[in-house]
Design a protein around this ligand. Structure first.
Ligand code: C5P
Length: 294
């Protein structure tokens, strides 16, 4: 079986407080983009393995795909095994949720291929053990998230804009970003969910309301991210923002030509870029082929 595993952006990210468990309560809106990894699954007898096309990715039990497969294997019939192959299209350390998306895809694919029949609640709890962003990737569509990022509310976002994502050639550690960020003292009066439902087509409201609390800290250490954001605005983006803890930035464009022009420009500068058309909302999981034989 071969499955596409899509990246997300954060349409706004507010860090509210540090929690007793060490995580932070936040508020965000997760939204899928066209950029994706591809995962292939071949059934084997009893072992779990992973190959990737990125040398800097571990393929042992520190990889979220292996962890996800081991969680599923503990519930699968004896002798269940899989050989996984991961083709990365989503840069690592970009704030696009690539590793989280892959982990959720592994849970969904093996639940099916090994006939585990895990309940939605079991999948969600496995997902959260794998990472705060993983539960979002189990379901289709966009979501408003609170808590660690795991309290999800489906949010029908009929995205009217072209989304250009550009990834500067720096990786940002999420744990580092959380450890160094300054938390806001006052929670905003309007939730991001309300902003998205009431004002999605009003780009001036979006420009003022969609903020990312990681930006000032992360950009201070990685000026290339600030430059990329400014380049999006100069190229006609109505809104430009960093995603997650960076390094990716995205811009919302009203017109395709401006979106394509700025993305071509980033490409010539060696950035990883993706363009997502308005209304993009892929199936989850997005199965390309169901073949599982060696
Ligand atoms: O959950 P995940 O493994 O993706 O988180 C990575 C790190 O980011 C955590 O160890 C924690 O330091 C930080 N984090 C946080 N609050 C969140 C999510 C992540 O402090 N809501």
């Amino acid at each position: 079986m071969t499955v596409r595993s899509y990246a997300k952006i954060n349409l706004g990210l507010r860090l509210l407080r540090k929690r007793p468990d060490g995580y932070h309560d936040l508020e965000t809106v997760f939204h899928r983009i066209e950029m994706h990894d591809e995962l292939s699954f071949r059934l084997t007898d009893g072992t779990v393995s992973l190959e990737t096309d990125r040398k800097d990715l571990p393929t042992d039990s520190s990889n979220l795909c292996i962890k996800a497969a081991e969680y599923m294997r503990s519930r699968a019939p004896a002798g269940s095994g899989v050989a996984m192959r991961l083709r990365k299209g989503i840069p690592i350390g970009a704030g696009l949720g690539g590793g989280s998306s892959d982990a959720a895809t592994v849970l969904l694919a093996l639940n099916d291929l090994w006939s585990v029949k895990a309940s939605a609640d079991q999948l969600k709890s496995d997902a959260l053990r794998l990472g705060s962003d993983v539960p979002f990737f189990l379901s289709e569509g966009s979501a408003a998230a609170t808590g660690r990022g795991d309290l999800l509310e489906v949010l029908p976002v009929e995205m009217p804009y072209w989304i250009v994502v550009a990834v500067p050639p720096v990786a940002v550690s999420t744990a580092w970003a959380y450890a160094n960020v300054r938390l806001r003292s006052v929670a905003p009066s309007v939730s991001l969910k309300e902003v998205m439902t009431r004002s999605l087509r009003d780009w001036k409201v979006l420009r003022s309301q969609l903020t990312n609390d990681f930006e000032s800290t992360v950009i201070a250490s990685h000026p290339a991210i600030g430059k990329a954001k400014q380049h999006l605005l100069d190229g006609g983006a109505l809104v430009a923002l960093m995603s997650g803890s960076g390094s990716a930035v995205f811009g919302l464009f009203a017109e395709e030509p401006a979106a394509l022009a700025v993305s071509a420009d980033f490409e010539t500068q060696g950035y990883v870029v993706s363009v997502t058309a308005p209304g993009f909302s892929p199936p989850v999981p997005h199965i390309l082929t169901t073949e599982t034989d060696p």
